[in-house]
Design a protein around this ligand. Structure first.
Ligand SMILES: Cc1cc2nc3c(=O)[nH]c(=O)nc-3n(C[C@H](O)[C@H](O)[C@H](O)COP(=O)(O)O)c2cc1C
Length: 425
């Protein structure tokens, strides 16, 4: 379950019951986390950015957010089972700080922390970098960074601690070792200031699905958070990731695909469609056109709404789009669907997010999730509910119990740690 209040996106925050004033309070997230735990979810997940485009604030909270790891620490004592997945970029922060924060969250939550590894899309100027490093450089650094964080986590083994009052020996200090890493991008001596938790390791989730991103994910990640707007995209990605994992000496089942699933739920299909339309009524045409141009290099400013766009209209993709994943998804939607400009501007990939989108009733959602599962498209999903607080609560209080009732999801927790939930399938 997303803890980014995606159900306040677009115009949804303007609804009377949105409680948008609460989004910087811990109460707000404790409520969602407890509801998620009541539904026996594997984890709550906080995406993150480290930059703020002020113009976004004109029409909504945009990237306004608490620090994700600090926020999740506030949930640790208010919950008992649900995993707490934080997002931390490998491009900007020092690995020692990241290793320490996530391990601290793991201790505070008794084994429920997870790390969503992102290479980030923007924000370089907030960290003294004039340019955003290239995708190749970011992934090379991400690989070194992640290996370093894992070694730091192991640098102070939990069982080195003896706390032997009689002899006065606190720890077997010889087992607590510096890691002495000097690499291409990073140098860290170690050891970390706190021991590893011992009983359950910290799951690694990765978001970013270019070839370089998939390869990196396949080498380390327990699960991948991806945008797969159609079932075939998910089937292809899942097969690809499982194959790549084998290429890294891992088992195919070691890597789970969990696409984002945007859900606009209501009691009838018509109400759900109205909810989606009301949420996106103000989508700014000029900004949407600019975003299409940035993603795929196609300028549609002078095109009439009823003109169709086909593969032959697509210029070569920009050499360094902000996200190759999003750029490829949009090109694919055009090549397969040949939409008119008007249709393109309403596509979920363009209007909302590039995620799998279900706008309908709980029964519609159950049927589609059942279908995607049966066809080997997914191992799970990350719910990013949209439209309203009611739609978000329907996901937790109606959809998930319905999935559990069909045997597609657990009825109760078997494990008490994040990795325990992921491995119990
Ligand atoms: C589904 C998805 C979710 C992402 N979430 C975040 C995020 O929360 N914060 C962030 O800084 N970057 C996020 N990213 C960006 C990726 O980490 C990566 O920088 C970007 O997608 C470019 O790499 P790619 O071409 O391999 O996709 C996300 C990417 C994807 C595909």
């Amino acid at each position: 379950m997303s803890l980014a209040p995606t159900w306040l996106s677009g115009d949804a925050w303007r609804r009377a019951d949105s409680d948008v004033e609460g989004i910087l309070s811990s109460d707000y997230y404790v409520d969602v986390a407890r509801r998620s735990e009541a539904a026996h979810l594997d984890f709550v997940f906080r995406p993150d950015t480290l930059f703020l485009p002020p113009h976004m604030l004109e029409s909504g909270p945009g990237f306004t957010s608490l620090d994700p790891t600090v926020l999740l620490a506030a949930l640790a004592r208010e919950t008992t089972h649900v995993g707490l997945l934080s997002t931390v970029s490998t491009t900007f922060l020092p690995p020692y700080v990241v290793a320490r924060q996530i391990q601290s969250l793991h201790w505070l939550s008794k084994g429920r922390a997870g790390w969503n590894i992102v290479t980030a899309l923007d924000g370089n100027e907030n960290f003294g970098l004039a340019e955003m490093p290239s995708a190749e450089e970011r992934y090379e650094r991400a690989a070194e960074f992640t290996e370093l964080v894992r070694r730091l986590w192991q640098s102070y083994p939990a069982d080195a601690i003896k706390a032997d009052r009689a002899s006065g020996v606190y720890a077997d200090a010889g087992r607590v070792r510096p890691i002495e890493h000097v690499g291409k991008h990073l140098s860290v001596r170690g050891p970390l200031t706190l021991p590893d938790f011992g009983k359950a390791r910290i799951p690694l989730i990765q978001a970013g699905a270019s070839a370089a991103g998939r390869n990196f994910a396949a080498s380390v990640a327990d699960a991948v958070f991806a945008s797969t707007p159609d079932k075939q995209a998910a089937i292809d990605l899942r097969r690809d990731l499982r194959g790549r994992a084998a290429g890294h000496g891992r088992k195919a089942d070691d890597i789970l695909l969990m696409p984002g699933l945007s859900l606009y739920l209501a009691d009838s299909r018509a109400e759900a469609r109205d909810l989606f339309a009301a949420t996106h009524a103000r989508a700014d045409r000029a900004r949407t056109l600019a975003s299409i141009r940035a993603m795929i290099g196609l300028d549609l400013t002078d095109w009439p709404d009823d003109r169709r766009i086909a593969a032959k209209d697509l210029p070569l993709p920009p050499e360094a789009p902000r996200s190759r994943t999003r750029s490829e998804l949009l090109r694919r939607a055009i090549i397969q669907g040949e939409p008119t400009v008007g249709e393109l501007l309403r596509l979920p990939e363009v209007v909302a997010s590039a995620h799998w989108q279900i706008v309908g009733t709980v029964e519609d959602a159950v049927a589609e999730i059942r279908d995607w599962t049966a066809d080997g498209a997914i191992d799970g999903f990350i719910a990013v509910p949209g439209g309203s607080v009611t739609s978000m609560r329907m996901v937790l209080e109606k959809l998930v119990p319905a999935l559990a009732g069909e045997g597609l999801f657990r009825q109760r927790y078997e494990a008490g740690t994040f990795i325990g939930h992921l491995k119990e399938r």
